[in-house]
Design a protein around this ligand. Structure first.
Ligand code: FPP
Length: 264
């Protein structure tokens, strides 16, 4: 299947996923919500492995949003313990598979053991050259934009930033995704049609794929279906269809244009 996908079209360079439906998956089975989160870790493992094998360069997972802090204390605490355990259990395998781990979000808000584990795992995998796995933790798009604006204003006050230098590229460079290219494909599970405060700036031109499957039931076959669907889309970036079609014969002028829209 992976070979077939490589033949049928382009593999998205960056996939972002809103992993939703863990609670409902568990409820359907009369299990506690944490059982859904726990099975969700299996989906994370399978998706990361399949993305690495396919040659996806970046995978960003919305693992814990700023808003998730408002959940019952017990669920937050269990989620943090599950995250810590998953990091401890999986980092060696990630490392062996040449995966580089990164995070976006307000990491200082996480329990200190989670912060320490993340630091250690990021350090350990930093020179890996395969898939970059980005965990969005205590993250929200509005938090990201607010933080970028604060930092931009600070630099402007310190005269590090002439006004005429404020461009889209500059704003993007102040976001927590820095030099990571924008997602090509956003997948959301559990059939909800919402962005839920995820990568608000970065998703400007992403193709969106929504599946009714709950996250714990999302495995590599679902990922392949999403990529297949992506390959059948025509990405126009605000242009017209004819411009896209004629690009193939014109030495990639459009590809350069697209790169200027989606980042490095
Ligand atoms: C959404 O389902 C899922 C989450 C808020 C947490 C996702 C966390 C994991 C899959 C486990 C840890 C992650 C990693 C990266 C190891 P929900 O609880 O909102 O489900 P519901 O909408 O059905 O209630």
């Amino acid at each position: 299947m992976q070979e077939k996908l490589r033949r049928t079209g382009e593999i998205p360079r960056h996939i972002a996923i809103i992993m939703d439906g863990n609670g409902r998956w568990a409820k359907q089975r009369s299990m506690p919500r944490i059982a859904g989160h726990s099975e969700g870790v299996e989906s994370v493992r399978d998706t990361v492995e399949a993305c690495g094998q396919l040659g996806v360069e970046y995978l960003t997972l919305y693992a814990f949003s700023t808003e998730n802090w408002k959940r019952p204390k017990e669920e937050v605490s269990l989620l943090m313990r599950l995250l810590l355990k998953a990091l401890k259990d999986e980092t060696d395998r990630l490392h062996t598979n040449n995966v580089r781990l990164q995070t976006i979000g307000e990491i200082s808000a996480l329990p200190v053991e989670v912060q320490n584990e993340l630091l250690e795992d990021i350090q350990k995998t930093k020179d890996n050259t395969g898939l970059t796995l980005i965990l969005a933790l205590s993250y929200s798009g509005r938090w990201d934009l607010t933080r970028a604006i604060k930092r931009l204003v600070e630099d402007a006050k310190a005269n590090k930033l002439p006004e005429d230098q404020i461009s889209e590229q500059l704003v993007a460079s102040y976001l927590s995704t820095g030099d990571i290219p924008d997602p090509d494909l956003l997948i959301r599970t559990s059939g909800e049609f919402r962005i839920s405060n995820f990568l608000l700036w970065q998703l400007a031109y992403s193709e969106i794929y929504i599946t009714p499957k709950f996250w714990p039931a999302f495995r590599r076959d679902e990922l392949y279906a999403a990529i297949r669907d992506y390959q059948q889309r025509e990405r126009r970036f605000g242009m017209v269809s004819e411009q896209i079609k004629s690009n193939g014969s014109k030495g990639g002028t459009l590809n350069r244009l697209i790169k200027s829209v989606t980042g490095p």
